[in-house]
Ligand binder design. Sequence first.
Ligand code: ZN
Length: 527
Amino acid sequence: MNNLKYSIIPKPQRYDTVDATFIVTPDTQVLCVADFVDAGKYLTDYLKTKTDASNGSIKFNKDSSIPSEGYTLKIDENGVVIAASDANGAFYGAVTLKIMLMQSKTADGKAVLNGADIYDYPRFSYRGGMLDDSRHFFGVELVKKMLDNMALVKLNKFHWHLSDDQGYRIESDVYPLLNEIGSKRKFEHLEAKNLPLSMICKNEGGEYFYYYTKDEIRDIVAYAKKLHIDVIPEIDIPGHTSCMIAAYPELVCNSVGCEVVSESGIMKNVLCPGKDSTYEFVENLLSEVIELFPYEYFHIGGDEAGLGHKIWEKDCPDCKKLMQEKGVKTGNELQSVFMNRITDFLKSKGKTPIAWSDGITDITNEGIACHYWTLKNPLWVKKESKKRKFILSPSTHFYFDMNFGYLPLKKTYNFNEAKLGISDINTVMGVEFETWSEWITDKDTLEFSVFPRIFALAEVAWTKDKYKNYKDFYKRLDFFKLYMKSQNINFSRVEKKKLGVKNVTCYHLGVKGNEYKYNEKLKKTEK
Ligand SMILES: [Zn+2]
């Protein structure tokens, strides 16, 4: 492999230079086979911005010998030829070419491409990013901007966390109180309950009332489709459900209900798995949500329901009765009974469920994919990864709401799944970054958390380990820093622990924490 003349992230698997150049102008023809029109459009939308004329062409061809989502890209004096076996591959060829064009602009509006011969395909089929729209709400335009940048680094799964204790964010016709009551809370900014942050993070701002209309969601799903990104909704159950219980108190064991919370942390408001009416509610609700998301995977959460488990075990006659019937002894196992019944329902709708790792027990249906986040005993991982598929989002590497002192850029880049206990790489669907938004409150704090770490995650997801090198990655990142500036992305200039910046916890913290403030200072010293 010769030296890359272009800075491409994620790094292609194989790359050679060719001793030739080809000049691209707005009049360069883009010729696509019918299946690859999306890829051609992605490129022509970009080329429109240029002004000169010339000859030659960019061709998209089909070649069934190329691996799924892979592509070849050849540039010589006659033009550019991109080949792929599927539409995703053709699209990623277009993405790579777009990045090369961005680096090949000349003063007269043309782009002079250097000859190249690239053979590329992804390491993982699941390359994801998650946005928590419940704790704070970001809206259509910001989501689309996030999707644009995910596509630019070849990520293909947008995990959308749309329901949590702090708000339900999907328009509901079936259960309208989920919006009237469940999408609304008293304060914009959350109090850090049960964390040493409560001195810093207090309720601020007035009533906070947001949800996406179904038309807005359809618009986002269609927008993502053009970028070859699947949208996977998450309706977190049976815990993290204060928004549902506030609207429909009969869902909780004692039917006493609660408020939509304006705090962070783990709540005791958990759905009652002992009542048939709970299943009726969940199945009606999921049916309504499924209509909006035409993809295989559906995330059902399942995390941090432990306070509810205690109520199920001790205080709820319905739950105690069901435990006896099913022969289970703990609330944890009862949760598996609940999740398994929901899984049967989702499977009848053609969906594959995903659940967080702490919600999975020995009796959890093996058809549920495990979303690994919290540190687990490697022996547990080894055992479970023989049974079911895994998505890896360990908080130690891929929780982008953590500060850079705790989670430096290099640590994300150097992630190695073998250390978690995974015995067979084939059980790993892929990796995903998370942006929990308790302390991510707006565009600037979101971008500060995600960028530039998204580039490191993308290379973990796409590039084989043997081709990865942090120093080389960091050099290639220079171009993307210019790109981020040109797009007005508020990326972090802090990339690791800095002397003099005191972080009270691992979170970015507060509405705008110390690291964020330090970053603002750094930006002012830039030219
Ligand atoms: Zn109960």
